[in-house]
Design a protein around this ligand. Structure first.
Ligand code: HEC
Length: 221
């Protein structure tokens, strides 16, 4: 008696398993590989639409902002334009500066304008000359040895035209205004004699100190 019960129990269990297997297979459709079964759930419609819409948006965005679109649409362009406008407005106070010794000496004594040179230096020059002019790829700008500079105004010339076949790039067309070159040169000149903590070894020849400047004139603060 107990034997027949066991057999009956086993049969029901087997029938149940087979039924479950059938149900799973009908739900899974063809998606049974190596005994691993997965449901054949199609991606929902809203997901496909969202994906398609994102692709179209990305293509339009790329075309509009990056490929062949007129300049001035990205936030970077916007920043450059606004920075240039601020420089232009501030520079209208002082007109176009000449990159000569007298002008450099004058602005070397005007902290307000040296700050403008410092901003330009920090934005364009630190990658090669270091945060404080201590030198990296480019030479140390704080010591008395110089490779391409014998006189104060040579600094502006090197900035404008570059040196060593472009390993020091020419900034003539990259800095937005001639005053930016002059004020950056004045800031570089002001670094001489400062003692950064990790100076690069001197390169080039020692040159005489900058001439003495006259006391700060009108625009000083
Ligand atoms: C890509 C790297 C690089 C950048 C960026 C760069 N420089 Fe230079 N700079 C050099 C190199 C290299 C030299 C040395 C050229 C040589 O060997 O004659 C140099 C030389 C100079 C010199 C002459 C130094 C000397 O001893 O004669 C000055 C001044 C100078 N750079 C200023 C600047 C200023 C200001 C900026 C930013 C507007 C700037 N540099 C950006 C690489 C750079």
């Amino acid at each position: 008696m107990s034997k027949s019960l066991t057999v009956h129990h086993q049969t029901t269990q087997q029938t149940g398993e087979v039924a479950l297997e059938h149900e799973v297979q009908s739900l899974a459709g063809e998606h049974v590989y190596d005994g691993i079964t997965e449901y054949d759930n199609p991606t929902p419609g809203w997901w496909k639409w969202l994906f398609g819409a994102s692709c179209i948006f990305a293509a339009c965005y790329g075309l509009y902002f990056h490929l062949g679109a007129p300049a001035g649409r990205t936030i970077y362009d916007d920043f450059d334009q606004q920075a240039a406008a601020i420089f232009q407005r501030r520079f209208s106070e002082i007109g176009d500066l000449k990159p000569d010794e007298a002008t450099l000496l004058d602005y070397l004594n005007q902290p307000k304008w040296l700050t403008v040179g410092e901003i330009s230096y920090k934005a364009n020059c630190v990658s090669c000359h270091g945060q404080n002019g201590e030198g990296l790829v480019g030479p140390n700008l704080t010591d008395d040895n110089w490779k391409n500079v014998a006189k104060l105004e040579d600094i502006a010339k090197v900035i404008e035209g570059g040196a060593a076949n472009g390993s020091m790039p020419a900034w003539r067309n990259r800095l937005s205004h001639v005053n930016q070159i002059v004020l950056t040169a004045a800031y570089v000149a002001s670094l001489r004699g400062t003692k950064p903590s990790n100076p690069k070894a001197p390169e080039g020849n020692p040159i005489p100190p900058w001439p003495k400047g006259k006391p700060a004139s009108g625009g000083a603060q």
